[in-house]
Ligand binder design. Structure first.
Ligand code: CAA
Length: 391
């Protein structure tokens, strides 16, 4: 049975910061961010947007009423949890009006979570062939004002609908995974921002890639030539480029390298405008590749490198389904053009505004957010969401 991703949706907040403005605001050379990290813009979320609203909006983009009846599992993958106990997918289940006999959970392992989510979804469909599963990767990456990682922040969500005989791509059975206990990036429960060992983390990302890639090629008797493209987890695009270049064998000609480099360019278009979205970064890159490359055809294979600090990494491949282009219908250029550019002062105010409940556990956002889903208020410690879906 062929199992895979039928549709991918994406949602971003309506604000962004130009990375050049950030560089000027921090007395840094803009080329450090634009060329050194290959980052161009950063998505900025207001306090009325969180992993639930972004995740719901990403899923809303792709679901029709028949999907809502067939989904029986929602897996939220995030490292920006809003509750230590309740899964964010339970809120999403309600906001999207998914049928009631559904399993809703949340899983975590830094930026790697969604890759585990896809595997759980696949196993579930293997046992229940008529099931549809919604896997949502939703995160808001905040390192803090003036922090070393500030230029790599971002916010957004990818939603993936999995089923048998998918229209977009098939998940192949060739996954190789790897765990190593390191402290490269982590966020203790008491801390708002992550602790980051920046250069060490980049080194570990690349080293894990080498170790897993070699094992992947050995176990699956494959070479890089079996693929048309490689997609990477992208904390910032330059790290993915370094990763790709490290995979080129010495025997590779310029023409062979150029094919991968051209597809890499397509795979970073959206990430360059969004920044790091942790669990969703790899899948945003996949969406970017599929929507921007003009040399992919059905039957082509794409290798995927997933990395979550801490660290867990995985390499697997996907194969493009017949007529996969029909599953890609969104005018993303228009979506990006609707965003509002912020000044550095506005970004500092909006991105770092905090919810502080009073003694009764209440907080009113004075919500004027016209997004499809938003957080309206906290009442008696309960998050109350607003839906702008027209009945
Ligand atoms: N023109 C062109 N390039 C320039 C430049 C200029 N004027 N000035 C600097 N550069 C280059 C540098 O040479 C460097 O490139 P190389 O790495 O290729 O040498 C690049 O710009 C960045 O410069 P620095 O290393 O000096 O930058 P930094 O130390 O201030 O911060 C960072 C870089 C460590 C990545 C930081 O952004 C950070 O901590 N980010 C968060 C952690 C992270 O993203 N880690 C990635 C792996 S972990 C992971 O994948 C999980 C996850 O999502 C977090």
């Amino acid at each position: 049975m062929k199992i895979g991703i039928d549709k991918i949706g994406f949602a971003m907040p309506k604000y962004y910061l130009d990375i050049e403005d950030l560089a000027i605001g921090r007395n840094a050379n803009p080329n450090k961010f634009k060329k050194g990290l290959m980052q161009l813009e950063m998505s900025v979320s207001p306090v009325s947007q969180d992993i639930v609203t972004l995740g719901s909006a990403a899923a809303y983009e792709i679901l029709d009423s028949s999907d809502r009846e067939k989904i029986d599992m929602i897996i939220m993958c995030t490292e920006t949890g809003i509750d230590h106990s309740k899964a964010a997918s339970v809120f999403i289940h309600n906001l999207l009006k998914i049928q009631p006999f559904t399993r809703s959970v949340e899983i975590k392992e830094a930026c790697y979570g969604a890759t585990a989510g896809l595997n759980f979804a696949k196993n579930h469909i293997e046992k229940n062939p008529d099931s549809y599963v919604l896997v949502i990767a939703s995160d808001i990456a905040k390192y803090g004002i003036n922090s070393q990682g500030e230029s790599t922040q971002g916010a957004g969500s990818c939603a993936m609908l999995l089923k048998k005989n998918p229209k977009l791509l098939i998940l192949n059975d060739d996954n190789v995974f790897h765990t190593r206990d390191i402290m490269d990036f982590w966020r203790p429960n008491y801390s708002k921002y992550p602790c980051v060992n920046g250069h060490f983390s980049a080194k570990q990302y690349l080293d894990c890639l080498t170790v897993i890639w070699n094992e992947y090629l050995k176990r699956n008797s494959k070479t890089l030539e079996d693929f048309e493209a490689v997609c990477f987890h992208l904390p910032y695009p330059k790290l993915g480029l370094k990763g790709l270049q490290s995979l080129f064998p010495e025997s590779f000609t310029k023409e062979m390298k150029d094919k991968f480099l051209k597809n890499f360019e397509s795979s970073i278009v959206y990430n360059q405008k969004i920044g790091n979205i942790y669990t969703g970064s790899l899948y945003l890159s996949l969406l970017s590749l599929l929507e921007n490359s003009n040399n992919l055809k059905s039957g082509d294979s794409i290798a995927m490198y997933s990395y979550g600090s801490g660290a867990v990494g995985e390499i697997f491949s996907v194969t493009l389904a017949e007529n996969f282009k029909k599953s890609l219908r969104i005018d993303r250029k228009t979506e990006f053009s609707k965003r509002h550019r912020l000044s550095v002062n506005e970004y500092e105010k909006i991105f770092f505004e905090e919810i502080t409940v009073n003694e009764e556990g209440n907080f009113d956002l004075n919500n004027s957010d016209d997004s499809i889903f938003s957080l309206e208020k906290i009442e008696n410690h309960k998050r109350i969401y607003k839906s702008n879906i027209k009945k």
